[in-house]
Design a protein. Structure first.
Length: 424
């Protein structure tokens, strides 16, 4: 693939859709949603090739889960596109405006970023989400997925491009491109990261290694979407039945995603009662890496098999397992919990289970993360759950965007100034 030609075609297409009305962009997205629905068997067949290859290469089942596309997940993908169609078009929105003493009228309005690149691992649903958000916000998008999902991504992009051709003259098939991916060849990533003046921003979405590579080597602007080392803190005043249910959901419902918890902290006053109940609820589905006090308690749990309990090492604290594994630690108080989380987290999502209003407020004020929950699972950190229709990723940085990134995160602003002959 000749990337220089791709950059030019994406730029040209982005400039065209940036001028389109919300109605025309929505019509194009509706064509895409319909095409995905009609071609679901083609997508699933391509996806099976990726799954077979993944299993052959020893990919864990939790990571295979991130890769799988079935009818239910395709339904969800289509629903996300429909939700994005229903979103208010942010382009041209006037954020603020005022008149200066010399008579200049100044308006700040939203405009597209231009050409966006996303480098991501597995999860072929991201291919559709990223495209739909970019298209609705008037951007061209370059997709660089992983080799493990290449057949799935290729099939999806082919369907999208054909749908945009079919809704000509307002559809812009050149607004999306997928980089051809070969196993163990990342030379294209280096080219993307140094495409100064050709790509306006790049987003890494995946594991720690991918993100660090992009942040360290990019010469173009980066919006960092972090890995998810998320914590759940069980306070001394917690409703333990509620706490167990939330812990089970946040760890087990889908352990391979970035908003699943990787560490459970529990106040010493309720440690024995909570951990005993948790071990029973987890029912040997999770390997537990416990600190000294937690290990002592869990070792006595009647239904916890010895092969699922380990003494935690320093490597366990701050580790992103992305699997049926979790680290467990007993803390003295909320202050220790907050200090531990801020030291070991990735600024993604953190939660406290408590009946103390004061402790809830303290936790939300002092925890440094993009999303901080009280009495709820971290699994809700998601663009769809936040009402954005979909997301491009969870930004864990503090500039431009933070948290789930919807349509507005793919815009910037410019000032429009109207005068009547003023000079300075």
């Amino acid at each position: 693939m000749e990337l220089e030609a791709v950059y030019k075609s994406l730029r040209f297409a982005s400039e065209k859709i940036a001028l389109q009305s919300a109605s025309l962009k929505n019509q194009a997205l509706a064509f895409v949603a319909d095409a995905l629905d009609k071609n679901r068997s083609y997508i699933i067949e391509a996806n099976k090739t990726d799954i077979e290859k993944g299993r052959k290469n020893g990919m864990s089942e939790s990571l295979i889960d991130r890769l799988i596309l079935d009818d239910k997940r395709i339904d969800s993908i289509i629903a996300s596109v429909i939700d994005i169609i229903a979103q208010t078009d942010p382009i041209g929105e006037e954020i603020s405006g005022w008149k200066t003493p010399n008579g200049l009228n100044i308006r700040q309005v939203r405009v597209p970023l231009g050409v966006v690149a996303i480098i991501y691992e597995s999860r072929p649903n991201v291919t559709v989400d990223a495209f739909a958000l970019a298209y609705k916000s008037g951007n061209g998008i370059l997709l660089r997925g992983s080799a493990s999902a290449y057949n799935s991504n290729k099939a999806i992009v082919k369907i999208i491009k054909n749908a945009l051709k079919d809704c000509s003259p307002y559809g812009e098939p050149d607004a999306i491109e997928l980089v051809e991916v070969k196993d163990h060849d990342h030379s294209d990533v280096d080219k993307i990261l140094t495409a100064v003046g050709k790509i306006d921003v790049v987003l890494p979405r995946g594991g720690k290694k991918l993100i660090q590579n992009v942040v360290s080597n990019a010469r173009i602007p980066v919006i960092e979407t972090g890995s998810g080392v998320c914590h759940l803190y069980i306070d001394h005043s917690a409703d333990l039945e509620k706490a167990v249910k939330i812990a089970e959901n946040a760890k087990i419902q889908r352990p391979s995603v970035c908003n699943a918890i990787e560490c459970i902290l529990v106040h010493k006053a309720v440690a024995e009662a909570f951990l005993t109940k948790m071990a029973e609820a987890f029912n040997n589905r999770v390997k537990l890496h416990a600190d000294e006090k937690a290990y002592e308690i869990l070792a006595k749990a009647k239904n916890l098999k010895k092969e699922n309990l380990f003494q935690a090492t320093q490597e366990d604290f701050g580790n992103e397992y992305l699997d049926y594994e979790c680290c467990v630690k007993v803390v003295q108080d909320i202050e220790e919990a907050i200090q531990y989380i801020n030291t070991h987290n990735t600024k993604h999502s953190e939660s406290i289970i408590t009946q103390s209003l004061q402790n809830a407020k303290t936790f939300q004020k002092q925890i440094d993360a993009s999303c901080v929950y009280v009495n709820a699972s971290t699994r809700f950190t998601d663009g769809g759950e936040f009402g954005f229709g979909a997301e491009l990723g969870i930004s864990t940085q503090k500039l431009h965007a933070r948290g789930p990134m919807g349509i507005k995160a793919l815009t910037t602003t410019k000032y429009l100034i109207d005068g009547d002959g003023q000079i300075r």
